[in-house]
Every structure is written in structure tokens, then in C-alpha cells.
Design a binder for this molecule. Structure first.
Ligand code: DX5
Ligand code: ZN
Length: 219
């Protein structure tokens, strides 16, 4: 399967959001990665529903929404209506994760689970078959532009082994600090989806940077 690149809109220029969304539309990128932060689960507030609505109006690609919020279940229906294709909740924010996954799917979306850097992948052993994607945080969630945590490679390998052993159909996404320095190694370890924010939008030529990353990932 072709590896997926998901530019993170958190690093876009919010005053030129339509331009940046169209840049992604016209690039080799596969998905939009949208970070929703509530200032409670993470020490930062990003943006909410009206901004997602504005993005969705112009986006022509798959929308991958990463919820860094407490009590996410109350908003599943709203995110489905706003056009989310994948909805990812944090393991650390869900007391009844199995139920949350069922509810996301009942709204017609794919269901993802994100793990903070300190959270062991083995905690997903009993529900991996219900998860469409695991997002391994390779930085502490809350901010773009942080340094990649090296221990992530080990987590990818361990998770990949669990997925294979259970014959699950689960994608592995890596989120945080992805650059041309680690993309290839992450794919070799077993990653399927790479999120890249500041590396893409901070580049002089984001379209070319996306093309170069994609080539690196699919070689
Ligand atoms: C961090 C967010 C990431 C962030 C990645 O909490 O979940 O998606 O936008 O940004 P970079 O690629 O700059 O680390
Ligand atoms: Zn994210």
C-alpha cells in the first residue's frame, strides 16, 4: 500500500488559510491533518468547529481530525457533520474507549486512537481490531515544531507486531517532528501515515517539500 502524507494545518498561515488548503489540494499530499486542542487536555488552544468548516469548504482530500480534548464523545456527531473522515481520540482522554470507537464508526467515520509518548502500545491489545488507525505521538501533544522523540521507532515496531499478530487492519500514523531526517526510517519501522506540520509549511517551497517527502516514503 502507498504510504500516506498528511500535512498538519496547525502550521499553515491562518490569515491565508484558503491558499494553504489549495496548496495541499494541488500537491502530492494525501490527507489534511487537523489538530483540535481544548486548553485542558493539552496546554494550548488551536481552533474549533468554524475553522474546520472553513477548511472543509475548500479541501478536496481526506480529512483526518486529531482531537486533543477531554470528553470528546459529545462532539462526534458534530465532527461527522463537519466532514471529518477519520476521527482520532486520545487514549488518555477516554474512560470507555471501546464505546467511543463504536460511536465514531456509528457516525460513519473511521476511528483512530492517539497515544501520548509515555503511553505503552500494549494497552491497545484488547481493542486493536476495532481501531482503524493508531496515532503515535512522537512529541508531547499541544504544539507544532517540537523535536522528534527517538523512542518512537521502538513503539512503531512493537505496534506493528501486535497488528500483524492479530491480523488487524490498522494504520500506524506518526505525529510530531517528522522531517526528511526520520521519514524513511519511520516507514521502514512500519509506519503508514506521516503527519508533517512545520517541516512542510515552514519550507520555502511546500509543494516541492511534500513531493520530496512522498518520494522518500514510497521508495
Ligand atoms: C501536535 C500536533 C501535531 C503538530 C505537528 O500536538 O498533534 O499534529 O501539528 O507539527 P510538527 O510537524 O511541526 O511537529
Ligand atoms: Zn496532530
Amino acid at each position: 500500500m502507498k504510504k500516506i502524507l498528511a500535512p498538519s494545518i496547525l502550521a499553515a498561515d491562518f490569515a491565508n488559510l484558503q491558499r494553504d488548503v489549495e496548496m495541499v489540494n494541488n500537491s502530492e499530499a494525501d490527507w489534511f491533518h487537523i489538530d483540535i486542542m481544548d486548553g485542558v487536555f493539552v496546554p494550548n488552544i488551536s481552533f474549533g468547529m468554524p475553522v474546520l468548516k472553513a477548511i472543509e469548504k475548500h479541501a478536496t482530500k481526506f480529512i483526518d481530525v486529531h482531537l486533543m480534548i477531554v470528553n470528546p464523545d459529545q462532539y462526534f456527531k458534530t465532527f461527522a457533520e463537519l466532514g471529518a473522515n477519520m476521527l482520532t481520540v486520545h487514549y488518555e482522554a477516554c474512560t470507555h474507549l471501546h464505546r467511543s470507537l463504536q460511536s465514531i464508526k456509528a457516525e460513519g467515520m473511521q476511528a483512530g486512537v492517539a497515544l501520548n509518548p509515555h503511553t505503552n502500545v500494549q494497552l491497545l491489545k484488547d481493542t486493536i481490531k476495532n481501531i482503524d488507525m493508531v496515532c503515535l505521538m512522537s512529541v508531547n501533544p499541544g504544539f507544532g515544531g517540537q523535536h522528534f522523540i527517538e523512542n518512537t521507532y521502538q513503539k512503531v515496531r512493537e505496534l506493528k507486531q501486535m497488528i500483524n499478530e492479530q491480523n488487524a487492519n490498522t494504520l500506524i500514523e506518526i505525529d510530531g517532528g517528522v522531517t526528511n531526517q526520520n521519514a524513511q526510517q519511520l516507514i521502514e519501522a512500519g509506519a503508514d501515515v506521516l503527519v508533517a506540520g512545520s517541516y512542510v509549511f515552514g519550507a520555502e517551497n511546500p509543494t516541492q517539500t511534500i513531493a520530496d517527502l512522498k518520494q522518500m516514503m514510497n521508495n
